[in-house]
Design a protein around this ligand. Sequence first.
Ligand code: NDP
Length: 457
Amino acid sequence: MTSVASDAFVFFGATGDLAHKQIFPALHALVRRGHLDVPIICVARSGWDLEKLRERIRDSLEKHGGLNEETFSKLCSLIQYIDGDYREPSTYERLCQMLGSSARPLYYLAIPPSMFATVTQGLAGAVCTRAARVVVEKPFGRDLASARELNAILETAFTQEAIFRIDHFLGKEPVQNIYYTRFANSIFEPLWNRDHIACVQITLAENFGVQGRGSFYDEVGAIRDVLQNHLLEVVAYLAMDPSTGDDPEAIREESRRLLRAIKPLDPLHIVRGQFHGYRQEAGVAPDSHVETFVAVQLFIDTWRWAGVPFYVRAGKGLPVTSTTVTVEFKRPPRETFGEIVPAFSNHLRFRLSPDVSIGLGIRVKIPGERRVGEDIELIMAQNEGDAMAPYERLLGDAIRGDASLFALEGTVEEQWRIIDPVLGDMSPLYFYEQNSWGPAEADQVIADHGAWYNPKV
Ligand code: NDP
């Protein structure tokens, strides 16, 4: 089943924000590389026609990623449009007619999560789901119970193998590179355990606010928006065992196995923050308790990781936009040269954005008579070249039926199991100034191991 490519791409949410910022540029890139040559049926209710949609696609490409006239015209030749409400059965009847003889459509749900069930039921009601696949945008549920409920609804229309839960972080080259670097080299694995690693830090910093998406964000917050999905996926790639065998499913299984070993988060080891000014954003409740910043400590209960804290932090309104992982190695058993050595002296650093690099932090002797040293970082950087953007990679995979970079049901459930105890107002909310590194209380989360590493860019 999974190896046969889809013969139509049905795009729910084609007039939305994600479509404009990411999806049309991804479809354009897929067409440019010759990876997409099936009808693309867009479904929304804006009262638009095909001409208006094409204008929107042109605008999307001009603003996000560049437009090639020849590719644009090929893309437009594949596009069709249905204007209809997802709550109306007639929308699905028209869709089924337009699908014609398509035997294996791919449905992409880039729509508000409240509409996932409605569209699934509409497709099933119109008998449009036989042999079809579905890509579901994040967030997949709001907690463990609702994720299970959504899964059960999807299963009424699709087989488990046909459900593709998207997390665009898994389509990022630098994220895939974490797993690759760990296991394509033999020098890291002997050190990659509790004997040699003191702690791991992950920071996802954004130097902007909610960018006009206040009503969306105020329903979600930092824990649901990035910790439950993106950052736990990064933790899994950093900490999991190598997969065995050639089966691409094996990596997903290992990732799920690792997540299963993470203890549920403790409200005592989490700090939530909100930047001053958030409550004045359009669409945000004036008394909102939703966090725009979160810092947590988590533990992985395995022989490899017992006792090694993973510190994870994410926030908006911070000084820079950068996602950085720092693996801090233990110091030698004694300081042979009697120095007081700063934290992070020995580390491996994966910079996932904005630039992509790996840095090895070591201490070297300063030339001279005295045996004193300084910390330096050897930076290994690679030009990304013509690398695929995450949505191009993932949607291309989904069209081909390759689910290996999509989350399993069990993975999503493990993520919610870890997160559930700290959702809502289970911990206090602290305020912080924009352009700072979050509330001062976040320093307490990491105090036992030093300080947060604040990326410069
Ligand atoms: P938007 O609100 O911008 O777009 C929603 C889309 O759904 C629009 O095309 C809208 O059509 C359509 N729609 C909603 N209700 C109906 C209905 N009853 N009938 C017909 N069409 C309907 O959402 P986003 O694009 O921001 O987000 C879409 C999904 O992607 C969400 O699940 C979100 O969590 C996820 N996501 C978004 C990101 C982003 O940066 N925007 C990032 C990562 C994930 P119309 O405009 O015609 O009303």
